[in-house]
Design a protein around this ligand. Structure first.
Ligand code: HPA
Length: 303
């Protein structure tokens, strides 16, 4: 009897079978044959931010349940639809509802759609999320342009690229020092100026934890000391896989709560607050994204 083959082992150590290149291809081809849309930009909507998908024009949507190989979203506030169409004049595909590690998915499932988008011809990924503000200058309702991230699960080996590398997607050891596109960040600042908002567009480092519990006070203090400005439970795996397969990436965190940093505070983080803040700020974010997408040229990096 030989040892269990590594390919049969999921990134989280379970025996679930990982997707093959052909699985990604099958889903991409299925979508391409079921829609006439040819998206340039993929948008992943964070908790409470799915409203962006409702602003898509000439929309054609697919429930995740009807798309071959697509996982299902289980979180309240996440619908579970892929919406094709236009945001302003930009051909987009919008994920209304993402997959989280804390739901029990291995990271290769969490990131499945990203490679599918790449195979469909998408060249740019916009990630959005709801996050807790660690930076004391941040207020609830602020939007933070993500300049960098800290992959906390990655520190203990939880990485979506773990396992055999498929060179058809990208290199074994991809750089992450340029994960967030500087050019698009500049465009984001210009777009923000056009909004005429009183609050400035924040910019900073997003740290991902596995969740699902919110942080202890000691953990929050540690994260701040490590240089993080906002904390959440998503986004980083998708960004890593997107950069691995050559997508241009940029992203925003909506600050839905200020993270509790002292033992005197009587407040507690909760999911309802996160969703409610998302709702209130969603229109601002929608407007921002559509101004921004109108100014994005193709990356010239088709697969
Ligand atoms: N911590 C982690 N994830 C979050 C938070 C938070 O405070 N707010 C929204 N998502």
């Amino acid at each position: 009897m030989g040892l269990r083959p590594a390919q049969g082992e999921g990134a989280d150590g379970t025996m679930e079978k990982e997707f093959t290149y052909e699985d990604y291809q099958h889903t991409a081809e299925w979508l391409l044959s079921h829609t006439k849309h040819r998206p340039q930009v993929a948008v992943i909507c964070g908790s409470g931010l799915g409203g962006l998908a409702d602003t898509v024009t000439q929309a054609q949507s697919f429930n995740y349940s009807e798309i071959p190989n697509f996982p299902q979203s289980t979180v309240p506030g996440h619908v579970g639809r892929l919406v094709f169409g236009y945001l302003k004049d930009c051909p987009c595909v919008v994920m209304q509802g993402r997959f989280h590690y804390y739901e029990g998915y291995p990271l290769w499932k969490v990131t499945f759609p990203v490679r599918v988008f790449r195979l469909m011809g998408v060249d740019t990924l916009l990630v959005t999320n709801a996050a807790g503000g660690l930076n004391p200058n941040f207020e609830v309702g602020d939007i933070m342009l993500i300049r960098d991230h800290i992959n906390m699960p990655g520190f203990c080996g939880q990485n979506p690229l773990r396992g055999p590398n498929d060179e058809r997607f990208g290199h074994r050891f991809p750089a992450m020092s340029d994960a967030y596109d500087r050019n698009l960040m500049q465009k984001a600042h210009s777009a923000w100026k056009q909004m005429g908002e009183q609050r400035e567009l924040q910019e900073g480092t997003y740290v991902m934890l596995g969740g699902p519990n919110f942080e202890t006070i000691a953990e929050s203090r540690l994260l701040r000391k490590l240089g993080a400005d906002a904390v959440g439970m998503s986004t980083v795996p998708e960004v890593i896989v997107a950069r691995h397969c050559g997508l241009r990436v940029f992203g925003f965190s909506l600050i839905t709560n200020k993270v509790i940093m002292n033992y005197e505070s009587l407040e507690k983080a909760n999911h309802e607050e996160v969703l409610e803040s998302g709702k209130q700020a969603a229109r601002k974010l929608e407007q921002f994204v559509s101004i921004l997408l109108a100014s994005i040229p193709p990356s010239g990096n088709a697969i």
